[in-house]
Design a protein around this ligand. Sequence first.
Ligand code: KG4
Ligand code: ZN
Length: 337
Amino acid sequence: MQNIKILAIETSCDETSISVVENGRKILSNIIYSQIDIHKTFGGVVPEVASRKHIETIDGVLEESLKESNVSLDEISAVAVTYGPGLVGALLVGINFAKALSYAINKPLIGVNHIEGHICANLISNKELEPPFLTLVVSGGHTHLVVVKEYGKYEVVGKTRDDAAGEAYDKVARSLGLGYPGGPLIDKIALEGDRKAVDFPRSMLEKDSFDFSFSGLKSSVLNYQNRMAMKNIEYKVEDVAASFQEAVVDVLVKKTVAVAKKYRIKKVTMAGGVASNSRLREVMNKASKDNGFEFSYPPEILCTDNGAMIGCAAYYKYLKGEFSDSTLNAFPNLKID
Ligand code: KG4
Ligand code: ZN
């Protein structure tokens, strides 16, 4: 099959994105309209506001995406859309838009799992990458260790039991008075801090468990701040940020290495917003070299939510004839295995 062009729509959270992807791995356009500036005022994503903003912008994003790709609607092979996990109202905007479009141009509809999309971003940025490989998915809502056995076949071997890594970053940033979203802000100020200033706990859970838990770490940061306030001791926010980040990165990297060893996987990748973190990239890179793994990760623009990753995942479904019909619905808690 040659030149399959998939138009892919992503509206699961606060980015309205539409992309045209050729043969799974070539981006012809990837327009991303971020609502972050609107939600910043509220200190987090407001679901109602997100849905309304998706409705307002989606037509313009489609127009721009087609224009940039230089592809007309009748050259599109299929319409793909994220159907979960995510905010139900936000997902429904994309799903209904995709259904109408696929009906109007008489092309198949493909529902895609958002997490699968994040993992597939690695296939776009690393053209040589082929399964089996391991992905550490670290986003605002998810922290998963996923073995990609073959295209479209996943095994989740570990996941968070409470907060996601990105969620922990956002909550700690808020308590440090840094603003939203917290991940990039902590990443930045941690560069000026001492990673060893505070010895925050590393929750490894039971021996041999590949699950994560970040809520204890989040509470430790809060307790530390309260303790210092009660004793009237000043502390450097940069030191707390750097020490918190070191605890998160330490656990993420150790568990990833342990899974790669146990499953004898030689290729390690990362996905999701937190995969943009500079310290995580640095420590994972070193650990991969020390352990003889190949290591790659997508550029920042493909780590955040975007349509291209959905178009890539949809391509492998297209090849297998895995299409959706007009009953496709939103699944806010959709799993991948
Ligand atoms: O994947 P994503 O864009 O959306 C979800 O599907 O959740 O991830 C957003 C999350 C936010 O929690 C944000 O704070 C975090 O990714 N993030 C980062 C960085 N950039 C984004 N966390 C740590 N370091 C970063 N550089
Ligand atoms: Zn995401």
